[in-house]
Design a protein around this ligand. Structure first.
Ligand code: ATP
Ligand code: FE
Length: 372
């Protein structure tokens, strides 16, 4: 079967048509990066207006790319219903509800964070066995940083969370500090600048280094980066590589923090192997920050070096969605709906409300309702 998926939770209007075997038949994405650049961040009302302006065009574009003429030719329609900016979520949700009713298609409301997580399973079960549940998941995006035990579709348990900022948010704030373009997120620009810098060039502390737990904190690191810039002597500031050194040092400390937390979580998996009836031996990393090449490289090394739990032997397996599918897009919504429909889930469009706040943790509610 085929699913049309729509994403409008923040500043990207994403639409895709995905087949149940994971094939991406058509895709369209409109980024509002240029729009928000001027304001130094996402302005919700402008974002809503931009979604309204382009959504129908993106739906047509994705359908055409899939060789389809109308929504009649897809089997299911799906949309992100939360969490996110309420007025932005509503644009996608109302449009897709209307499509479901007009074309008599089953409707699925998708959890944005679950969609980031399940992106790693695109094509499962046809893909490599490593993406089978249970999975240890690091979700690291613009609004979240969490370690999850993912036991199945709609079954994610939180192992640890950020106590303050998300990592993507910290990237964006440090990018602004370094005068980098931040429309659509400053992470990619900061990563590019960091490549020219020395990761030991500026002394920045790895957060909560002596606290052995599964939680994250990035506010202190962000502040340390700001102070390092503000308090640098004029000669140091004038060095052509100074900002690149700050960028590289920030990135180095942030990834070291992730590594440390993941190591603890891996130890937890080892310790709870029997209690959990089999612990994960695959680490999934997804959400916008997972597009970062340095993060991908270092977490690959960590997985290669760490023995997988249980008797299976071998090391941890790392699964990362392709970078372009780590940030918000329509494919993740359509694919998550594929996984949900396989589990018998569909929602009644009339009843669907957007949920601006919607923590991932409990089971996603819903019972199967056939098309009316
Ligand atoms: P959430 O998913 O938590 O609701 P969001 O949807 O706004 O938040 P995403 O689209 O998943 O977030 O990710 C955007 C974030 O990812 C931004 O903060 C951006 O700076 C960051 N990001 C994107 N590419 C990179 C990169 N290469 N390196 C670091 N960070 C990156
Ligand atoms: Fe997101």
């Amino acid at each position: 079967f085929t699913v049309l998926g729509v994403e409008t939770s923040c500043d990207d209007t994403g639409v895709a048509i995905v087949r149940s075997d994971g094939a991406i038949l058509g895709e369209a994405l409109a980024s509002q990066a240029a729009l928000h650049e001027e304001w130094g961040g996402v302005v919700p009302t402008l974002a809503r207006d931009a979604h309204e302006q382009v959504l129908d065009r993106m739906i047509d574009k994705a359908l055409r790319a899939a060789g389809m003429e109308s929504v009649d030719q897809v089997d299911v329609v799906a949309v992100t219903v939360g969490p996110g900016l309420e007025i932005c979520l509503r644009v996608g949700c109302e449009r897709v509800k209307a499509l479901a009713i007009a074309h008599a298609k089953p409707f699925v409301g998708v959890h944005h964070l679950e969609a980031h997580v399940l992106m790693a399973r695109l094509g499962a079960p046809h893909a490599a066995a490593g993406v089978a549940f249970p999975l240890l998941t690091l979700l690291t995006s613009g609004g979240h940083c969490q370690l999850l035990l993912s036991r199945g579709v709609g079954e994610h348990q939180v192992i640890g969370s950020t106590l303050d900022d998300a990592l993507g948010e910290a990237y964006d704030k440090v990018a602004r500090l370094l005068d980098l373009p931040v429309g659509g997120g400053g992470g990619a620009a900061l990563e590019a600048l960091a490549r020219r810098g020395d990761p030991a060039g500026v002394a920045l502390p790895v957060p909560m280094r002596t606290k052995k737990n599964y939680d994250f904190s990035f506010a202190g690191l962000k502040t340390a980066a700001r102070l390092a810039v503000e308090r640098a002597p004029p000669e140091r500031r004038a060095e052509p590589n100074f900002f690149a050194d700050v960028a590289a040092s920030f990135q180095h400390a942030a990834i070291s923090h992730l590594e440390q937390r993941i190591k603890y979580a891996m130890e937890l998996c080892e310790a709870r192997h029997d209690e959990w009836g089999g612990a994960p031996s695959t680490l999934v990393v997804s959400g916008g920050v997972a597009a970062n090449q340095e993060l991908r490289r270092r977490l690959q090394v960590l997985c290669d070096e760490t023995r997988a739990p249980g008797q299976a032997g071998g090391s941890w397996k790392l699964v990362l969605p392709p970078p372009r599918l780590c940030t918000d897009n329509g494919v993740m919504v359509a694919w998550t709906a594929v996984e949900m429909v396989r589990n018998g889930v569909a929602h009644v469009p009339d009843d669907q409300q957007v949920k601006a706040r919607w923590p991932l943790g409990g089971a996603v509610p819903g019972t199967y309702v056939p098309a009316r």
